[in-house]
Design a binder for this molecule. Structure first.
Ligand code: TXA
Ligand code: MG
Length: 449
C-alpha cells in the first residue's frame, strides 16, 4: 500500500468515510484514527497497532456539542473541565453512550473522550459526521510519535495517509481523569499538570496509575509501556558517561559525550516534554547498546515525564564481583551506579583473602552508607528475592564471587532473568558498564527487524 503524506484534510476525510485507518496530528502525539462508530474500522486500528483488544481507545470529538450518544451523561466536574480545557490535552472517562461500539471501550462501562486542539484535526472532525477512535500511532508498547517522520518509520506502507500537521506542540499524551465512587482520579499524568486541574476543580485528585488488573479498569496502566527498542535505565542523578550508551539529561552534567542529549528543564519543562519522545527515538537509532536517562523531578509537567520514563525503563540488574577491590573502590562503584541494594549470591559469604567482603563486615559497611544487603544462596529463591528488592530499590546489584560476573550465572540465572524481561549489566572491575544480556523480548524484536 502506498502511504500519502499530505496536509489535505478532504482526502483524509474521504478515506475515513470509506472505513480506512489514517494517521492524524494532535497537539500531544500523532494518533491512528478510524471512524469510532464502526466496529470494523476500529478493529483495523487494533490490528495495525498489534494492541490487545482488551485495551480501549480514546474517542476524539470536535467539542462538547459532539458528545451526544457518545457519553450517557456529563457530570458537573466534567462539564467544568471541558469548558476550561477543551479543545486541549485532557481526556475524561465518562459513562458510555449507546452509539459507541463495545470494541472501542473493550467492553468497559466508561468511554474515554477528548477534543484535540490541532487545527488540522479540528478541521477533519468538522468534515466527517462521526468521532474518531485513535490511540497513539506507534506499535503497542513503543514510543509515541511526535512528528510525521516518526509515524512514517512505524507505519509506511501499512496505512494510506498521514495527515501532516508538523511536530506536536506538547509532545506527551493527554492527561486522563475520571470519577470512582465520588472521587476524582488521575489515571494518567499528561500534558495538563495535576496541579492545574486541581486548581480548576478546587479539589485534590487521587492517583491510580499502577497496574491493577487485566483488562485495565483504568488507562495507561501497563507497567512496561512507552519503551524504546533498546534497554533504558532511568533514575540517575548523574548518569555515568558510558561509551556504549546514549545519554539523556535534564540538568547539565560535568562531561561531554558523543551521544549526550540535553533537554533543559530548569526554566521550561514544556520544551523538554515536547522533545522527549523525539529524543528517545533518536537514541534508538544511535550506534549504542542502551540508554541512560537522568531522573526528572515529578512535579508539574515533570509528573508525566517521570511516569513515562519509569514505564520505559526495563527492569535491570547489575552484577558486580568483589575481586580484590579495596573497600573504597568498591564503594565508589556502588555510588557511581547508584546501587541501593546488594543481593549476595555467593555460596559461602566469606572471603579468606579480602576480609571486608565477609558477610559481617560487608553488611555493616553497607548499612553505614544506606545500602540494603541480603544473602540468598538458594537458587530457587533468587528470582523472587531479586523481584522483591527491585520493588523497593531502583538499582540492585548481584554480588558474585572472585570478581567474575559469570559466576553469578550458575543456575542459568542469566537465561532466567532475560526470559523474564530483565536486562543484565556487568559492572566491570575497571568501573565500566557492560550490557551482558538484553531481555529476550528485545533480542527477538531485533532479529525480526
Ligand atoms: O494524547 C493522547 O491521549 C493521544 C492522542 C492521539 O490523542 N492518545 C493516546 O491514546 O495516548 P492511547 O491509546 O495510546 O492511550 C490511551 C489510554 C490507554 O492506556 C487506554 O487503556 C486508556 O487510555 N483508555 C482508553 N479508553 C478507556 C476506557 N474506556 N476505560 C479505561 N481506559 C481507557
Ligand atoms: Mg499510547
Amino acid at each position: 500500500m502506498e502511504t500519502l503524506l499530505t496536509t489535505d484534510v478532504s482526502q483524509a476525510a474521504t478515506l475515513l468515510r470509506k472505513g480506512a485507518v489514517i494517521a492524524i496530528p494532535t497537539e500531544t502525539v500523532y494518533g491512528l484514527a478510524a471512524n469510532a462508530l464502526e466496529a470494523e474500522a476500529v478493529r483495523k486500528v487494533f490490528e495495525l497497532k498489534k494492541r490487545p483488544s482488551s485495551d480501549p481507545l480514546i474517542v476524539h470529538v470536535q467539542g462538547l456539542e459532539a458528545l451526544e450518544g457518545i457519553v450517557a451523561e456529563i457530570p458537573d466536574w466534567a462539564y467544568k473541565l471541558m469548558m476550561r480545557f477543551w479543545p486541549g490535552p485532557l481526556t475524561l472517562l465518562l459513562p458510555k453512550g449507546p452509539a459507541v461500539p463495545e470494541e472501542v471501550t473493550a467492553g468497559l462501562p466508561r468511554v474515554a473522550v477528548r477534543a484535540p486542539a490541532h487545527p488540522l484535526t479540528q478541521a477533519l472532525l468538522q468534515a466527517v459526521p462521526f468521532p474518531l477512535a485513535a490511540p497513539s500511532a506507534n506499535p503497542f508498547g513503543g514510543v509515541s510519535p511526535t512528528t510525521p517522520a516518526h509515524v512514517w518509520d512505524y507505519f509506511a506502507g501499512q496505512i494510506p495517509l498521514i495527515l501532516d500537521g508538523g511536530p506536536c506542540a506538547a509532545g506527551i499524551e493527554s492527561t486522563i481523569i475520571g470519577e470512582e465512587n465520588g472521587r476524582l482520579i488521575l489515571y494518567r499524568p499528561g500534558a495538563i499538570p495535576r496541579e492545574t486541574l486541581e486548581e480548576a476543580l478546587g479539589e485534590k485528585l487521587y492517583t491510580r496509575t499502577h497496574v491493577t488488573s487485566t483488562p485495565p479498569v483504568a488507562p495507561g496502566q501497563f507497567l512496561r509501556h512507552y519503551a524504546p527498542r533498546k534497554p533504558l535505565l532511568y533514575g540517575w542523578r548523574t548518569p555515568p558517561p558510558e561509551k556504549n550508551a546514549s545519554i539523556v539529561v535534564f540538568q547539565p552534567v560535568p562531561f561531554s559525550h558523543p551521544y549526550l542529549h540535553y533537554l533543559p528543564t530548569a526554566e521550561n519543562l514544556a520544551d523538554a516534554a515536547a522533545q522527549l519522545y523525539h529524543t528517545l527515538l533518536a537514541c534508538e537509532k544511535e550506534p549504542t547498546h542502551y540508554i541512560l536517562v537522568q531522573a526528572v523531578s515529578p512535579y508539574g509537567l515533570g509528573e508525566a515525564l517521570h511516569d513515562r520514563l519509569r514505564r520505559a525503563s526495563l527492569p535491570h540488574v547489575f552484577t558486580i564481583g568483589h575481586s580484590n577491590h579495596p573497600w573504597a573502590d568498591f564503594q565508589a562503584l556502588l555510588q557511581k551506579y547508584e546501587i541501593h541494594a546488594i543481593l549476595d549470591l555467593r555460596k559461602q559469604p566469606y572471603s579468606r583473602y579480602v576480609p571486608h567482603f565477609s558477610q559481617g563486615p560487608l553488611q555493616k559497611a553497607l548499612h553505614e552508607v544506606n545500602i540494603a544487603y541480603e544473602w540468598q544462596p538458594n537458587p530457587n529463591r533468587l528470582l523472587p528475592t531479586i523481584e522483591k528488592l527491585l520493588r523497593e530499590h531502583l538499582h540492585v546489584a548481584l554480588l558474585c564471587a572472585e570478581g567474575d560476573p559469570n559466576r553469578c550465572h550458575r543456575f542459568s540465572l542469566s537465561d532466567t532473568l532475560s526470559e523474564k524481561g530483565f536486562a543484565i549489566f556487568h559492572i566491570l572491575p575497571t568501573g565500566e558498564l557492560h550490557l551482558h544480556r538484553a531481555p529476550i523480548s528485545l533480542s527477538l524484536e531485533e532479529k525480526a527487524s
